[in-house]
Design a protein around this ligand. Structure first.
Ligand SMILES: Cc1cc2nc3c(=O)[nH]c(=O)nc-3n(C[C@H](O)[C@H](O)[C@H](O)COP(=O)(O)OP(=O)(O)OC[C@H]3O[C@@H](n4cnc5c(N)ncnc54)[C@H](O)[C@@H]3O)c2cc1C
Length: 332
């Protein structure tokens, strides 16, 4: 395959990578996006396509998938090369000539923007011996379509924002929803906890799932142990949705020739979003700095800053920030 040269390579096609690609188009950078999954959208498409997102500027509520669809549409206002099912296995070189190796081949880029989120994410699994035998039948780590839960008894396990979001998402269609957590308190935004407390979701705390068994009528018995006691109870459900977070696979960076300073296992950046390697930038969940908030909204801002910085590093005479209204869209 012929080697290709780009101004900017964006590694990771989650929401932040997609917005960065649009911004790079605005800056007239010849850009490629490399995404390891078969489709773009990152955590939003993979983990919560049907959730209503409330905190993206300009939208009082937008489903995850609609946000991704709109980002894709916005990105393609300008020419951009998007390569899916391509995992970046190595990057080497320096500002002006980086070499990027994926399972699809080798490309060259003057600058790089890392928007890999939590890496190739794998859900943290339920520590119950026979759990794997129920996966994708009664036990879910990635949500199926909401319609699947219609009239079902559903238990959601987990104590963070995402677990509460999932329980509240399923509640309107399900017969009954339990939210089970091993602590009495949920680690979630006050607004989420208030919504939970005013919903019909039955909170079961502090419990730990210790066993799973199929019932004779094709349902699932979940054996729950009360924390710090020997008290057990069994709840029969149709579905158990486990949201214990995802295991971030930043090990991927460890194999790259270029190494970056890290902060709490994420890539450290300065205020221009540059990593410790000149010409390599970061944005979104992949990066960390003092006061970092891991939200889509913050990732969008970081992406704009990173693209401006990259454009300037590639060409110091590059014009500064432009307003999108002053740009003529290319004829399609
Ligand atoms: C259940 C849940 C609910 C949430 N709700 C909200 C909310 O309401 N509002 C909000 O603002 N945020 C929310 N978040 C957080 C939000 O989803 C993240 O902040 C956002 O997805 C970060 O976007 P990103 O593009 O940085 O990373 P990601 O979405 O993680 O995308 C990174 C992409 O990079 C790809 N990738 C990784 N490694 C490689 C590699 N080596 N080569 C090529 N590609 C690679 C991955 O496959 C992935 O597609 C929620 C998160 C969860 C889990």
């Amino acid at each position: 395959m012929a080697e290709q040269n780009y101004d900017l390579t964006i590694i990771g096609g989650g929401p932040v990578g997609l917005f960065a690609a649009f911004y790079a188009g605005l800056q007239e950078l010849h850009t490629q996006v490399l995404e390891s999954l078969p489709d773009v959208g990152g955590q939003v498409s993979a983990l919560y396509p049907e959730k209503k997102i409330l905190d993206v500027a300009g939208f009082s509520g937008i489903s995850g998938q609609e946000l991704v669809d709109r980002l894709r549409e916005q990105m393609t206002l300008f020419p951009v090369t998007v390569k899916t099912s391509q995992t970046v296995a190595n990057i080497s070189g320096q500002l002006g000539d980086f070499t990027i190796t994926t399972n699809g081949g080798v490309t060259h880029s003057k600058a790089i923007l890392i928007t890999t989120g939590n890496g190739a994410f794998t859900p943290r699994k339920l520590a119950v011996e026979n759990a794997a035998s129920f996966e994708n039948e009664h036990l879910w780590y990635f949500l199926p379509k909401l319609a699947h839960f219609a009239n079902h008894d559903v238990m959601v396990a987990g104590g963070g924002d995402a677990a509460i979001d999932i329980a509240l998402m399923i509640e309107p269609v399900a017969k009954h929803v339990y939210l089970m957590h091993r602590r009495n308190e949920f680690r979630a935004l006050p607004h989420s906890v208030t919504s939970l407390n005013t919903s019909s979701v039955e909170q079961m705390t502090p419990y730990l799932a210790q066993g799973l068994a199929a019932t004779s009528d094709g349902r699932l018995d979940v054996d729950l142990k009360e924390m710090k006691t020997d008290h057990h109870r069994t709840i029969t459900v149709d579905d158990l949705v486990v949201n214990f977070g995802v295991i971030s696979d930043h090990a991927v960076f460890e194999n790259w020739e270029l190494q970056f300073e890290q902060k709490h296992q994420q890539i450290a950046v300065d205020s221009t979003m540059q990593t410790s390697v000149a010409g390599v930038y970061g944005a979104g969940d992949a990066i960390n700095y003092s006061g970092k908030v891991a939200l889509i909204a913050t990732g969008f801002g970081e992406a704009a800053t990173a693209v401006h910085s990259a454009a300037f590093a590639i060409d110091p005479h590059h014009h500064g920030p432009v307003h999108s209204t002053s740009v003529h869209l290319p004829d399609k």
